[in-house]
Design a protein around this ligand. Sequence first.
Ligand SMILES: Nc1ncnc2c1ncn2[C@@H]1O[C@H](COP(=O)(O)OP(=O)(O)O)[C@@H](O)[C@H]1O
Ligand SMILES: [Mg+2]
Length: 404
Amino acid sequence: MRNVVFVAPFPLETTKRFMRATAQVHGVRLLGVFQEAPPDSAGIGFEGFELVPDGLDAGAITAATRRLAARFGGIHRVIGVLEALQGPLAQVRAELGVPGEDVASAERFRDKSVMKDAFRAAGVPCARHKLLTGADDAVRFIQEVGYPIVIKPPSGVGCRSTYRVDDANSLRDVLAELSPSPHRVMLAEEFLRGEESTFETITLGGEPVFHSISRYLPGPLEVLRNPWIQYVVHLPRNIWSPQYDDIRRVGVAAIKALGMRDGVTHMEWFRRPDGSLAIGEVAMRPPGVHLVRMMGLAYDTDFYRVWARAVIDGAWDGPWDRQYSVGCAFLRGTGRGRVSRVDGVQEVERALGWLVAEARLPQVGMPKADGYEGEGYVIVKHPDDTVVQRALKTIIETIRVHYS
Ligand SMILES: Nc1ncnc2c1ncn2[C@@H]1O[C@H](COP(=O)(O)OP(=O)(O)O)[C@@H](O)[C@H]1O
Ligand SMILES: [Mg+2]
């Protein structure tokens, strides 16, 4: 049996899907390190686990993994899907001599400024950037690149503390909010205009062997800045048209510039109005926004398992045909408080129920979520892109979430 340690501070529903897939890989004994244990750890397939006071702390995870090794024997892999864990997990591996992504590579994926330096050195197009240790740095950067710019933490996630700065007024507000200093370094980037998309890979031995593309409608930051928007993610069925030839080439170069070995990556990229492209960022973990579930539907396979096979066995079971166009509409509305009513659900069910592959509707009483994913979602699939696009449009035009 190969002992695989799955680290997850607070295992959420999606994390459990990755855990179950890990337990099902041939010859794996699933072990856990948690801050808070999942209620059904044995049902998920855990044969043992350790609790730590801080589930993101490399030292605590290392000690817990040593305790598991003492009980169960040598450790084959230490894995996890959370963005903020990728650095600590690399440290744990280095400390214990466990194979997997190393500290330098994790740092290139995690720190958006280190990442952009690596891109530029490899000729991968990306936004110009500057680290800010004070307000003056921001002013100088704007003199160089002009408005708008984006200011954000160098290792943020989920658009947290991420701001678009359009003019001197918004610059003043954002600097007051983030107050960059030598102890609180912020990242400024030239604002990339255009459409935002994703590029996921399965990478084995440093070579991307598979990729998938999806569209953000619109980009996450624009969704957050416009509370009325119900966000949509679409995986077009046909990704082999020439319009994607450049991202195929540049996307692979971007992964190689960062030095990932075995796993699933999640990249965000922009198509500018002039047709050129720029890479936004890449993560050395599977994507969020239900993309793993959606890729599974598009290829009629289980992508939670695909991730587990890549990180545990350094292998994949593809290729698969992209048989479906798949889209996800995220449900939310304007206002504050708790969900008081959801309109339009029956209409959508009647008209589009046959296309729905998975849905979780906002429940009355749920507190309003502050992210772009809202309080619920509907995933639709069909072989035809236009059918899926039309369905997504109908869903976001028909379902209305109210709060009070
Ligand atoms: N330089 C930029 N130009 C345009 N949009 C940006 C830029 N940086 C970030 N954004 C927007 O903000 C979102 C979040 O930023 P990102 O760098 O992806 O950080 P994270 O996803 O880790 O929070 C992006 O998906 C994009 O919509
Ligand atoms: Mg991002």
